[in-house]
Design a protein around this ligand. Structure first.
Ligand SMILES: *[C@@H]1O[C@H](CO)[C@@H](O)[C@H](O)[C@H]1NC(C)=O
Length: 121
């Protein structure tokens, strides 16, 4: 028979092993946009990322968010709910986007990933 203490320790060990699965935290590298590209408001471009090391278990909470000067426009994601395994999602730069050379794309899945800085004309 297990003592209560042994049983508790076994349950705790199970809980810890379920929570701590670092191999499931996937950090895909964004391959487009690349540094310094120039995009126009109203243009549609693919955001692309490396899927070569995608885990079997993938987060459902996919989102692409535009950031300017490191500030995320989280209220207006450019795309969401797409399949992270596809490796790309088309986004349209909103026509009212102000010009700047300090834009970046943040790709959210298991964690957030930042693209290189690019320009919107
Ligand atoms: C995005 O990539 C897909 C797959 O390669 C392609 O079919 C599609 O035309 C691309 N869209 C744009 C806007 O480049």
């Amino acid at each position: 028979m297990f003592s209560k203490t042994t049983l508790f320790a076994a349950l705790l060990a199970t809980a810890v092993s379920v929570v701590a699965r670092p191999q499931d935290v996937w950090d895909p590298t964004i391959t487009s946009p690349t540094a310094g590209v120039r995009w126009l408001p109203g243009d549609t471009h693919n955001i692309t990322w490396d899927t070569s090391n995608a885990p079997a278990d993938i987060s459902e909470g996919s989102q692409v968010v535009l950031a300017k000067g490191g500030v995320l426009d989280s209220a207006n994601p450019l795309a969401q709910g797409f399949d992270l395994r596809a490796g790309f999602v088309p986004v349209t730069i909103p026509v009212d986007t102000i010009a700047g050379d300090d834009y970046a794309i943040v790709l959210f899945g298991d964690s957030g990933n930042l693209s290189p800085t690019f320009t919107i004309l």
